[in-house]
Design a protein around this ligand. Structure first.
Ligand SMILES: [Zn+2]
Length: 487
């Protein structure tokens, strides 16, 4: 066979093996993996470099309106270009429902936004903020069958949050339909109560954002979400975990055999609440929810990445410019309660974890691949098409120079945010060639893919969403008494 592309002599790494050899690509897929492959139309010499699966970023906000009506700085072009330059070849952003909207309509709008612009492949999670009878009874089950098999719900934010009753409705539906629920777990009323007092006393500076989003607000909501999922006997993913207390809640639930999954993000490894404590509004650049905590929490996050409490490491890229169009809707008068929440990170997610995790020997290379690619594909029903290097998988690859030193600055990144919280940090290791379905997307710092060359990926119902099949005993008993399942 003559291959379309052969990547020769690199160290190929997946979540469970590593070997020096060649990768042969034909018709967009990996067709052979062995040393000394035959001829190819195009050769890449990867000697001395690493050949990793392209990253899968399963938590990023792209061309999305926030619940306060602020549009992200990145559209599907800039976000996917930025992702690709950082070694990511698949993104799973959100099609976000705001109250009163039809989910079907929302999904249509996001397709119209993505299709003409994306340069790499994409799937969608749904955000469910209005679980009406129509949504629960018709739209959501139909969308799940059409390949939107995961959705995010919020326990905080006025215009997004679900009550516990609504959470139970959504979890029961996910169980019935085989979908995976992702939850933003923070106690809304604790945050509101603290914020009100802070503002009444004139404390509106960005650093009070981290005070109001207290660690206990995160761990309480995480515990409650775990209880709700256990009651319904359905798996649940706690997204963007930052506090050591919340990590312990997840670890304990996993120790009890529950299917509770955890996700964390770069901001919880590389920022702390001290970064928010800057003069004027500068600290707003580092504000996200939940907020970065302290050095002890960073250590707890590293531990959770290494020992398996966390399955996925995502960017939670939430790109808002540092001006009135984004972070600061009221200009210099903006309080922490009015700021747009979120930090950018779609491009630095892999390189920073590589440098500080693999480079500093906190994570093995295989664990890095699992946390940044393979586990995302498995979590959301895209495996083995995405997330691995195997014969038959899409040829989504990132060729890394593990020695390359890069000093991060907003000017070298490809998003449209205009700043990075990691300005001036020097890291080691960067992807130099990035390939999506056999197409060279980025090579030597140059973009080669055209607008709209990425494809939509419908997701299968994921294995991870399978219930344990052991409802809590009193509910099992009650189901027997009433003669039919309760949910
Ligand atoms: Zn969130």
């Amino acid at each position: 066979m003559t291959f379309d592309l052969a990547i020769r002599g690199g160290t190929v790494v997946t979540a469970d093996q590593s070997f020096v050899g060649d990768v042969g690509v034909k018709d967009g897929r990996i067709a052979a993996l062995e040393p000394g492959l035959g001829p190819a139309a195009r050769d890449i010499d990867a000697g001395g470099r690493l050949v990793l699966p392209g990253g899968v970023d399963s938590h990023c906000h792209v061309e999305q309106e926030s619940s306060m009506g602020v549009m992200c700085a990145d559209d599907f072009y800039s976000a996917t270009v930025s992702a690709a330059f950082g070694g990511t070849t698949t993104i799973i952003p959100f099609a976000a429902q705001h109250r009163g909207q039809s989910l079907r309509e929302v999904v249509k709008v996001y397709h119209e936004r993505a299709a003409p612009k994306a340069v790499i492949d994409y799937a969608f999670h749904l955000i469910v903020s209005d679980p009406t009878e129509q949504v629960l009874g018709q739209e959501l089950p139909a969308l799940i069958r059409d390949g939107y098999t995961s959705f995010k719900v919020y326990m905080t934010y006025d215009k997004l949050r679900l009550s516990d009753t609504q959470m139970l409705d959504v979890l029961a539906l996910a169980r019935r339909e085989g979908a995976l629920v992702m939850v933003h777990a923070e106690n809304h009323e604790i945050i509101q109560w603290l914020a009100k007092r802070l503002l009444e006393q004139g404390h509106g500076a960005p650093k009070y954002h981290a005070v109001s989003h207290a660690r206990l607000a995160e761990s309480e909501a995480t515990s409650r979400a775990v209880v709700l999922a256990e009651l319904i006997d359905v798996p649940l993913l706690i997204v963007h975990v930052s506090a050591a207390e919340a990590i312990e809640v997840i670890r304990t639930a996993q120790g009890r055999g529950l299917r509770i999954y955890g996700e964390t993000c770069p901001q919880y490894l590389f920022l702390t609440a001290d970064d928010i404590d800057l003069p004027g509004l500068e600290g707003a650049k580092y504000c996200c929810s939940p907020p970065p905590r302290d050095a002890a929490a960073q250590e707890a996050v590293w531990r959770g990445l290494a020992d398996g409490v966390f399955q996925v490491f995502s960017s939670d890229h939430a790109p808002y410019r540092f001006d009135e169009s984004g972070k600061l809707p009221k200009g210099a008068k903006t309080t922490f309660k009015e700021m747009a929440n979120g930090v950018p990170g779609i491009e630095i997610r892999l390189p920073m974890l590589f440098s500080e995790g693999v480079g500093k020997r906190r994570l093995s290379l295989s664990r890095f691949v699992a946390l940044t690619a393979e586990n995302h594909a498995k979590m959301y029903g895209l495996f083995p098409r995405k997330g691995t290097i195997a014969v038959g998988s899409d040829a989504d690859l990132a060729i890394w120079d593990p020695e390359r030193e890069v000093t991060i600055s907003a000017s070298m990144l490809h998003d449209r945010v205009g700043y990075t919280p990691y300005e001036g940090r020097t890291i080691t290791g960067w992807p130099t060639t990035v390939i999506s379905r056999g197409r060279i997307v980025v090579d030597g710092g140059v973009l080669h893919a055209g607008r709209g060359s990425g494809s939509f990926l419908p997701c299968a119902k994921p294995e991870t969403a399978r219930p344990l099949g052991r409802p809590v005993p009193e509910l099992a008993l009650m189901s027997r008494v009433v003669g039919q399942p309760l949910f």
